[in-house]
Design a protein around this ligand. Structure first.
Ligand SMILES: Nc1ncnc2c1ncn2[C@@H]1O[C@H](COP(=O)(O)OP(=O)(O)O)[C@@H](O)[C@H]1O
Ligand SMILES: [Mg+2]
Length: 222
């Protein structure tokens, strides 16, 4: 089952927010989801433990570069989807989380600095994939979009720089900013529609399974 790592060169473009959205929505859709929180700040795992109120999924805090790959591959056997939230790749744990991944999602906000960081992240992923002699797919996703010229400019620059980018985008919205303390992801309105489009696109490109193999496997075993 796929391992999806969320990474970025610098902090703050929305890795944890995207991890929360993808984990919660996939769990709601009936997939068996396991998250590894590889960020020492433990934002994802603390949220899961103390704030999250939606459909259940597993979340384990693990920041040791020595353990992350074994943990991910172990969870992979019994989950439909393994997600790894990272602190970026400034540390070894982030690099291991990228190397064990099948797919790497790189959130970025509009602006030249973020475009550079997307390019750096993609170069890093390519280097790690070569070192591991395997294929690791990378896509950027635009987060905190507002309908300004700057955004349109950033989208054009991404295309021109040849950075593979998801069609789905996540806007700058209170509903997304509130996830960290509301304990739920948006379930209605335009924000929910963006979440659905993101999940559907990830299913279409094969980054998320369409249905649960883990639960049907468990049912057979029962
Ligand atoms: N689409 C969005 N709309 C509004 N606020 C957002 C959005 N995405 C992220 N944020 C906010 O931006 C801040 C940084 O996001 P976070 O997911 O923690 O980034 P990272 O994990 O990459 O450091 C958080 O306060 C979060 O609530
Ligand atoms: Mg984070």
């Amino acid at each position: 089952m796929p391992i999806l790592t969320i990474a970025s060169f610098k902090g703050g473009p929305g890795k944890t927010t995207l991890c929360q959205i993808i984990a919660a929505q996939c769990a709601t859709d009936g997939l068996s989801v396991a998250v590894i929180d590889a960020d020492p700040t433990k934002a994802m795992s603390d949220w899961h433990k103390n704030t999250y109120e939606g459909a259940p999924f597993t979340c384990i805090a693990e920041t040791s570069e020595r353990t992350i790959a074994d943990l991910a591959l172990g969870l992979d056997d019994k989950s439909d989807l393994v997600l790894i939230d990272t602190a970026g790749f400034g540390n070894l744990a982030g690099a291991v989380a990228m190397t064990v991944a099948d797919h790497i999602l790189v959130p970025l906000t509009a602006g030249a600095a973020d475009l550079n960081q997307a390019e750096e992240t993609i170069k890093q992923a390519k280097g790690l994939a070569t070192a591991a002699r395997r294929k690791i797919e990378v896509r950027a996703i635009m987060n905190r979009l507002s309908k300004t010229n700057l955004t349109k400019h950033a989208e054009r620059e991404l295309r021109e720089a040849g950075i593979p980018t998801l069609e789905a985008t996540i806007s700058h919205r209170t509903a997304f900013g509130e996830i960290s303390y509301s304990g739920e992801i948006p379930s209605k309105g335009s924000a929910a529609a963006e979440v659905t489009m993101l999940i559907n696109e990830l299913k279409t490109i094969g980054w998320i399974p369409r249905s649960s193999a883990a639960s049907s496997h468990n049912e057979v075993e029962k």
